[in-house]
Design a protein around this ligand. Structure first.
Ligand SMILES: NC(=O)c1ccc[n+]([C@@H]2O[C@H](COP(=O)([O-])OP(=O)(O)OC[C@H]3O[C@@H](n4cnc5c(N)ncnc54)[C@H](O)[C@@H]3O)[C@@H](O)[C@H]2O)c1
Length: 396
């Protein structure tokens, strides 16, 4: 079947299997150009990646696998094709990852299911015990709209402010126009729900479950991803519901360190990038488009894979990684440089529907967006029929 993008605001409801494969292959090639491991550093060998199929989790898996030679077990929540609709991009990415890994003799298995559930945790632990004995690294990279906890309560995440309503310029993704958008404050229940979904409770549950089952190696490393961003987006991000959840996640690193002193728990604050999760945040896409423009001009723009390569190569695997005053690794260091942010702010103040194409990198925004779903690669023939039912080697 011929597959075309079908976009609804911040989501594309189709994905191109060959394009997704190309996306994964390009990320693998990027990792292979780098020397990730240096003498005397820890080398992760058995890596569990929770949220492994897209965005930062997929880039982490590729870096661990192809950069460190690690066996990887990925957890994801994706849909296969039913023959009529395409699979979700994370499904195709994972099929491609496993195939490419196998070609190089790298262990790669995947569990498709709800990472928040006890069932998936048990299945994961059973597989780790059977195949590896113990995992030595756990990457927590979930971004989810809801969570049913182990007691059966369902929580929903919101992207709202926590104080006053917030009105700012926003990019209308349906027609690339700039209009003001108001984000309303969350109710107490919405705030609580966001913390339950995107905070650290489930990360801690995973570490506890793995420890109790004796499935984590001594001195195992675990990392979860956070975001702060510029003052411009504080009302909707850092001081909004999601920011409160991220503070909870960050605090969870301390809880893990206290409860399990043999586990090294780290937070990495990553750069703002277009992913399926972040494209849904109001106001933020316009910031992406301007930030991309400024960082590309400065020559220090990175995508998910470049971020993860730099994280592994320069920070995470060091005996004592460079951290900020709160103990966090800062991969948003370049994004938040004063020069970059001053320029972003200057453009932000000038941007209108008429000049958005000229003064921001809206093209780069859409390029990243299309590529996430396997579209827009010049070497893929999108006129050709493709098989949309693709199987993942480790999933029967
Ligand atoms: N994108 C950014 O700008 C940015 C910046 C800094 C930090 N982060 C953080 O990085 C992490 C990953 O986000 P992303 O932007 O890469 O998102 P993403 O949407 O690309 O990835 C989410 C992953 O979680 C998986 N997932 C979702 N619900 C699941 C469930 N119930 N069970 C199992 N798997 C599930 C998906 O399959 C996918 O692999 C998040 O914590 C996010 O806040 C993102």
């Amino acid at each position: 079947m011929k597959v075309e993008p079908k976009i609804r605001e911040f989501i594309c409801t189709t994905a191109h299997p060959e394009g997704c494969r190309e996306h994964v292959k390009r990320q693998i090639a990027c990792v292979k150009r780098e020397k990730i491991i240096h003498e005397g550093e820890r080398v992760p060998k058995k890596v569990l990646v929770i949220g492994a199929s897209t965005g930062y989790g997929l880039a982490s898996r590729i870096t661990a696998g192809f950069g460190c030679g690690a066996a990887t077990l990925g957890i994801m929540f994706e849909k296969p094709s039913n023959g009529k609709r395409t699979a979700t991009p994370g499904w195709y990415n994972t099929a491609a990852y496993e195939e490419e890994a196998r070609k190089e003799g790298l262990y790669a298995k995947t569990i498709n299911g709800d990472a928040f559930s006890r069932e998936v945790k048990e299945k994961t632990i059973a597989l780790i015990k059977e195949d590896w004995g113990k995992a030595d690294m756990v990457i927590y990279s979930l971004a989810a709209p809801r969570r049913t906890d182990t007691e059966g309560n369902t929580w929903v995440s919101s992207l709202k402010t926590t104080g006053e309503p917030f009105t700012e310029k926003s990019l209308d993704l349906r027609n690339n126009t700039i209009a003001e958008k108001t984000v309303e404050p969350a109710t107490a229940e919405e705030l609580e729900g966001t913390k339950k979904v995107m905070g650290g409770e489930d990360w801690l549950d995973w570490i506890k479950a793995l420890k109790e089952a004796d499935a984590l190696a001594e001195q195992a490393l675990t990392v979860a991803y956070s975001y702060i961003g510029p003052k411009l987006t504080y009302p909707i991000y850092y001081d909004g519901t999601i920011g409160q959840a991220k503070r909870h996640l960050e605090h969870t690193a301390e809880v893990i360190a206290e409860e399990f002193p043999s586990v090294q728990a780290r937070i990495s604050v990553n750069k703002a990038l277009v992913t399926q999760a972040s494209a849904a945040i109001p106001i933020v896409p316009l910031y992406f488009a301007i930030l991309y423009r400024v960082m590309k001009e400065q020559g220090n723009h990175e995508g998910c894979i470049e971020q993860m390569v730099r994280l592994f190569k320069e920070k995470l695997l060091k005996e004592t990684p460079p951290v900020d005053e709160k103990g966090r690794i800062r991969m948003d260091d370049w994004e938040l440089e004063e020069d970059i942010q001053n320029r972003v702010w200057e453009i932000w103040n000038q941007v209108t529907t008429e000049n958005v194409e000229q003064i921001s990198d809206i093209r780069g925004y859409w390029e990243d967006f299309y590529q996430m779903f396997g579209f827009g690669f010049e070497n893929i023939d999108y006129e050709k029929d493709v098989e949309i039912q693709v199987s993942i080697p480790s999933i029967k």
